[in-house]
Design a protein around this ligand. Sequence first.
Ligand code: SAM
Length: 281
Amino acid sequence: MRVEETQAAAEYVLGHEDRELQRLMLQVQMYAPLTESVLRGAGIKPGMRVLDVGCGVGDVSLLAAELVGPTGEVVGVDREARVLAGAQRRAREQGLSQVRFHQSSLESLPVEAPFDAIVSRLVLMFQPDPVSFVRRMAEHLRPGGVMALQELELAAMGMSHPKLPLFARIWSWMLPTCERVGIKVHMGLELVSTLRRAGLVVDDGVVGGRLGVTPDADPTQALVETVRTLLPHMERLGVALAMEVDIDTLAARLTAELRANNGVLMPSVMVGVWGHRPGPV
Ligand SMILES: C[S@@+](CC[C@H](N)C(=O)[O-])C[C@H]1O[C@@H](n2cnc3c(N)ncnc32)[C@H](O)[C@@H]1O
């Protein structure tokens, strides 16, 4: 399949099956500290009204809800009902009544009372036209309001020390597959230009990642689950054979390689950029 045929495929390539929801929960734990620092850097504070676009299982919404406190409000929107049930359950468990979730695509979300801040994580990389998507998000932002976005720079991922052959191999499968199914592998570093082209003023940005040395940021599990999800595409595109991937032993092999080499790897490179909507406040 060529890229132009596959923009739509990127929309559902990672799906919302149970296993995929588990993968989302794994990445949620891994990225929480990075996301929190971006939200704080962007100035999310008590009393604000925040919209989280493509909220998934609600991680960013819940972090924002902690920051806006009981006097603020967070609305998480996602077009998939299945992910929202998990998000709602987590909000209840954490006693965060200032957050609510709403099923809608961004495209069909009515523009009502504008928000003080819009946040979105790992959504733009799946959009066929990220600039239009950001423009559309900005319609929900008050003038002077802040937009904080976080996306992976997939093209910079896959680095380890020392060089680990299996880990490098996995990335040699991952990158071309992501690219060919229409996922934006440079979305992290394209955030600055995307925000500017959408008419926002860029204020600042950070690059971050976890080294994967604690159980909550286990780099092998999250990566292997992503490979599992993409495996049918890898095979169909001729990028890798199921036999060589051997998905059920991949996590154990990767862990063994890491231990045997006393290695450290960069499982993700996340870019966070924030800016504001110009105009009279
Ligand atoms: C990779 S998940 C990220 C979830 C969450 N933001 C996080 O970081 O954990 C992408 C989510 O964006 C949602 N999404 C994609 N395009 C959307 C759109 N046009 N409108 C609303 N939600 C969308 C998907 O349904 C999916 O739940």
